[in-house]
Design a protein around this ligand. Structure first.
Ligand code: BV8
Ligand code: ZN
Length: 250
């Protein structure tokens, strides 16, 4: 693929890179997205499954959904898109990867500087007192398979950020600061629907960064992007990596 000279020049001069990824980056690892046809939100009401109210109303249903996603994420492998991002990180002085994904695949691909905006599906904590638990348990068909907190007997929940819950303050602050001070911003595999994560590319754009969107479909951000690539991330990111290596003569 021939990239525009504006992008090639930016690759050559950029010192600080910021990346925002969404569920589309894990699609080629076989994991479902949320808003694609057949995605989670076409089958379930997001507020039933990804909100504290939904969890309190039916903790077993929510846990069974997360347990199924945990099992699929465990079986999944990082795809060429994850792997290319892990290699790209080594080619720039500063490279920050902010992900909305909770599947842990960026870490497994070898990315080091990864920040999980919406938490991690393999971590759990007590809904009542907040104590963290990395216990390995299997959710079954009855509510008593949901572990209770040994400290306060509260219900244990997945350590992900649900609708109506604040993102980790330190990570969100870093994401805003990085987006507003980077030279080159990639928004990859996200529908740009969920805030505050979806605000990050706008922040980058407002401060003069060159913003690249990678998504087979248009999004509400597309018209603001300096370069919008209608491709699958697992296919185009290895080509971008090769281009970076050619430019940096590596
Ligand atoms: C917050 C849990 C402050 C983790 C998720 C009313 C009350 C409270 C808040 C709100 C409200 N109204 C609006 C809000 C704000 C709300 C929000 O933005 N709602 C939207 C829907 C309008 N946000 C929040 O609530 C956030 N918190 O605001 O706190 C606050 C606090 C208290 C009170 C008020 C405010 C919390 C947001 C986090 C929600 N958690 N899930 C999990 O289970 O995974 S949402 C879910 O959406 C995931 O986190 C996911 O990461 C996120 C974004 O989805 P995407 O990753 O973009 O995935 P999607 O399917 O949408 O798109 C995939 C894309 O990939 C598509 O575009 C597709 O074309 C593309 N694609 C497909 N294949 C490929 C590909 N791309 C590349 N390659 C491919 N091969
Ligand atoms: Zn507790």
């Amino acid at each position: 693929m021939d990239f525009p000279s504006s992008f090639l020049n930016k690759i050559n001069t950029a010192k600080k890179i910021a990346v925002l990824t969404g569920a589309g980056v894990s699609r080629e690892s076989g994991l479902d997205t949320f808003r694609d046809v057949g995605g989670y939100w076409s089958k379930y009401n997001p507020y039933e499954l990804a909100s504290p109210q939904g969890f309190l109303k039916n903790p077993l249903l929510v846990w069974q959904w997360y347990q199924a996603r945990r099992n699929r994420a465990k079986e999944a492998e990082p795809n060429p898109g994850h792997l290319a991002l892990a290699q790209m990180e080594k080619l720039f002085p500063e490279f920050y990867l902010f992900t909305q994904n909770v599947d842990g695949l960026h870490f497994r691909a070898g990315s080091q500087n990864v920040y999980e905006l919406h938490g991690n599906i393999f971590k759990s904590h007590c809904f009542s007192c907040g104590a963290s638990y990395d216990i390995d348990f299997e959710i079954g068909e009855s509510i008593d398979t949901i572990p209770n907190c040994p400290r306060c007997n509260g219900l244990i929940r997945p350590s992900v950020v649900w609708f109506g819950e604040s993102l980790p303050f330190d990570i969100l602050s870093l994401a805003y600061e990085t987006s507003r001070s980077c030279d080159l911003f990639f928004t990859i595999g996200t529908s740009s629907e969920v805030y505050p994560a979806a605000d990050l590319p706008y922040q980058a754009k407002s401060k003069g960064a060159y913003v690249v969107e990678i998504n087979p479909n248009e999004t509400s951000f597309t018209r603001y992007a300096d370069l919008s690539i209608r491709e699958k991330s697992g296919e185009i990111l290895p080509k971008i990596l090769d281009t970076i290596k050619e430019i940096k003569i590596i």
